[in-house]
Design a protein around this ligand. Sequence first.
Ligand SMILES: [Zn+2]
Ligand SMILES: [Zn+2]
Length: 344
Amino acid sequence: MLSIVVEQPHRMAVRERADPSPAAGEVRVRVRLAGICGSDLHIFHGKNPFATYPRVIGHEFAGHIDAVGAGVSADRIGERVVVDPVIRCGQCHACRIGRHNVCQRLQVIGVHRDGGFSQFACVPADNAYAVPAGMPTASAAVIETFAVAANATHRTGVLPTDVALIYGAGPVGLNLLQVLKGVYGVRTFITDHVDERLALARGCGAEEDEVINTAREPLARALARRGVAGGPTLIFDAVCHPAILEEAVALAAPAGRIGVLGFSATPSALPQQALTSKELTLYASRLNCAMFPTVIDWITRGRVDPGRIVTHQIPFRDVADAFALSESQPRACCKVLLDLSEDA
Ligand SMILES: [Zn+2]
Ligand SMILES: [Zn+2]
């Protein structure tokens, strides 16, 4: 089989490797489409603290099961599946209280172990979810990205009276927008400093007055002009710059909640006074905790539309071009999928 291997930071190649055999409890997935995520770029650049090398990256992927290991029903062979990359130990405190996405011995497919930028990937059978007939494989391939958004809104909760604010109209912010508008129907503002991104946000359901270009208009003033008097009640930081969290704490309405998804190691200066006087709640959200069935249901019912974020499909042999496109063209592309369907 052919796999995209990051051999060490900044060095990536398409390599011929032995076809893997599924271990007990695993299925082997013949990968069809795999999404490029910001964290794949971080691993490539040596900036992911959890990755080890060499590594086959890719944690957003769909295909079909072509072999099963001991203990897995052969009936699953041929099943079209999407893979949840989060593998738990099942024993630790987090696992025992149903928070296995922060398992003490967490393994993420494509980070801690080989992932989906490969013609074949072996994964625990429980991590391979059946894709409903009629759902395009390109939609299935980005379910993980919606699961990240679903996890964040599950953590914060969404109230019918919420006025939401999303920082950043990248893939994570746009998915949060689709969830907040399409699933919960709450008023949701979204910021960016790139107009093309904000055009994508309109395509993802934002009203004309809900998009704010913060390069042109200070955020506090923009919200006030739009009648958000007391500040947003629910804020998501999908930019993940330390200064954003500081601003979010200052802007949030009393009793507001803030969803934090970033991995910056730089501290934010958060005055206790602002947190306590408004009794704000910060919810960190990492990966997803068993959100795939929820997202599959949302897509099936048309509450969210993966087609709105997939802008490119590129043959996997052109992965270097695909990475360059993802990184250097934030105006032209949102989610880039690698097509691994070429014969092994
Ligand atoms: Zn991702
Ligand atoms: Zn665990």
